[in-house]
Design a protein around this ligand. Structure first.
Ligand SMILES: [Cu+2]
Ligand SMILES: [Zn+2]
Length: 175
């Protein structure tokens, strides 16, 4: 029996490894429609709570060519046309702006995005050190928004990285 059973076990082990790799356990998910100043939809962003952290994914029409600052903002409200209602950068640790700032960074400070040849923006990555909910979490009492700005973030200038106007804004809503 032994020569037959061993290959069989190896095969089963291989299958279960593949299955684990393909299925990421998502505990919670929230999505946001990315709105332009005129109220039209430019794309979508999602946050998902997974075993090893919180994943952000975004796909949207770029507001032009080049690089654009992107942040999580502390209030889940996007009132057109200036989106000032989304408040400052999400900052539950009380720091200054920017990863190049010795007193930084806000937890909502994300890497700049660059438009591709088709004029689209894509992002996928883990939000470091973020909590999903509770008083210092993404989904605290006033919610959470994501904002794309008119120009790149300089990663240094407090409080907003000198990234200019708010061009796209999305409120994350839990289903
Ligand atoms: Cu911003
Ligand atoms: Zn910031």
């Amino acid at each position: 029996m032994r020569p037959i059973i061993l290959p069989l076990l190896a095969l089963l082990a291989g299958c279960s490894t593949i299955r684990e790799a393909e299925t990421v356990a998502v505990k919670e998910v929230a999505s946001a429609q990315m709105l332009r100043a005129d109220g039209s939809v430019a794309g979508v962003a999602t946050l998902s709570l997974q075993d090893d952290g919180i994943m952000l994914e975004l796909a949207a029409d770029a507001p032009g060519k080049g690089g654009f600052g992107v942040h999580l903002h502390s209030v889940g409200r996007c009132d057109a046309p200036d989106f000032a209602s989304a408040g400052p950068h999400w900052n539950p640790q009380g720091k200054q702006h920017g990863h190049d700032n010795p007193a930084g960074a806000h937890l909502g400070d994300l890497p700049n995005l660059t438009s591709d040849v088709e004029g689209r923006l894509y992002a996928k990555g883990m939000i470091r050190d973020a909590l999903w909910d509770g008083p210092s979490g993404l989904f605290d009492a006033d919610g959470i928004a994501i904002v794309i700005h008119e120009r790149p973030d300089d990663y240094r200038t407090d409080p907003s990285g000198n990234s200019g106007k708010r061009i796209l804004c999305g409120v994350f809503a839990k289903p």
